[in-house]
Write a protein that binds this ligand. Sequence first.
Ligand SMILES: Cc1cc2nc3c(=O)[nH]c(=O)nc-3n(C[C@H](O)[C@H](O)[C@H](O)COP(=O)(O)OP(=O)(O)OC[C@H]3O[C@@H](n4cnc5c(N)ncnc54)[C@H](O)[C@@H]3O)c2cc1C
Length: 383
Amino acid sequence: MDFRETEDHSALRKAVGDIADQFGSDYYVAHAESRTPTTDLWKRLGELGYLGINLPEEYGGGGAGMTELTIVCEETAAHGNPLLLLLVSAAISGEVITEFGSDAQRSRWLPSLADGSSKVVFAITEPDAGSNSHRISTTAVKDGDGYLISGQKYYISGVDEADAILVVTKTGTDSAGRAKMSLFVVDADAPGLTRQHLPVSVTLPEKQFTLYFDNVRVGNDRLIGTEGDGFKQIFQGLNPERITGAAICVGIGRFALERAAAYANNRTVWGASIGTHQGVSHALAKSKIEIELAALMTMKAAWLHDQGEPAGDASNMAKYAAAEAAIGAIDAAIQVHGGNGLSTEMGLLPYWGLARLLRIAPVSREMILNHVAQHSLGLPRSY
Ligand SMILES: Cc1cc2nc3c(=O)[nH]c(=O)nc-3n(C[C@H](O)[C@H](O)[C@H](O)COP(=O)(O)OP(=O)(O)OC[C@H]3O[C@@H](n4cnc5c(N)ncnc54)[C@H](O)[C@@H]3O)c2cc1C
């Protein structure tokens, strides 16, 4: 076993971190507070080949894997510029279209995902199904040489920035009454598709939307993979989504601890720097340990995915550990800053909001614990 990072990976970390530094954390915070997309950073990373690093070279990607995309997610976040849409556009949509799309579909979507000129966001969540995706009710019904999609999705991120949406639909029911799923790429401006902004109180550059599909017509060429096989297919994307979500959390944790340590060293209140007090330093040390452990599990999950090995357990554990560690780290950083921790000038709260969101999405802490209890420990299914 060799835990040393390769020179290529270290160089990738440095290159991506340098770009994020050129924009700076103030850039992210300003966009989070004004709720406007961090488009310039996205474009820059796309032009330099980092957004499509996991996509095949023949479609304009970097020909690398989840390990490298994980590094991109972690480093942008660690340098103050977490990119939520990497989870959906690069990780889920990119991986699913690569794995299950036809040559024509790959040629149509992957090059523009890779160079950052377009995004394909992801829509699975529905108001009445919640975490139980088997109960989705957005249906796709065969009609002539295509399908008609009807139903509702909500909390869908980045629709305003996207050219298309990878939509999870129901095209039938199995013997247990669960949805047979099928995946379609639907144009964001397709006739019959309307969207409504769904405001959230965490400050994010990315907006969320409720989507209403009213007999939205898609051609057969928009079906990804095999009709009815969607559940199996999205798993190809859900593990990457969890891994990249974990990577963003690791990055937020590193960012928070760097800020906190600098402040704890410089701030003097009782004649010595506040970092002298164990009440301050131990909180940061504990977070450092938790972030390092989460980073290890995140890299293990990415490696397993890249090897084609089962990565579900590791991806879930990484996402759980990283979200919890990130929330702990950013909370500790806010506390170390005292009143300044809540100041707009310090700009820490937007990172707390994103870390807090990542405890809930893309899969909640509780659903991960259900998975681990059942699949890793052999306990009865509880729900
Ligand atoms: C800002 C934001 C962005 C998002 N972006 C997207 C996106 O781009 N695309 C998309 O498809 N979705 C997106 N989501 C949705 C997100 O993935 C869901 O909110 C998340 O999966 C949880 O589902 P839910 O909200 O329906 O919660 P529910 O399923 O209603 O659960 C509510 C609570 O009950 C718990 N719970 C539910 N079932 C069980 C159980 N069996 N055992 C124990 N606890 C349980 C949950 O853990 C949770 O804490 C986003 C959400 C937010 C807030």
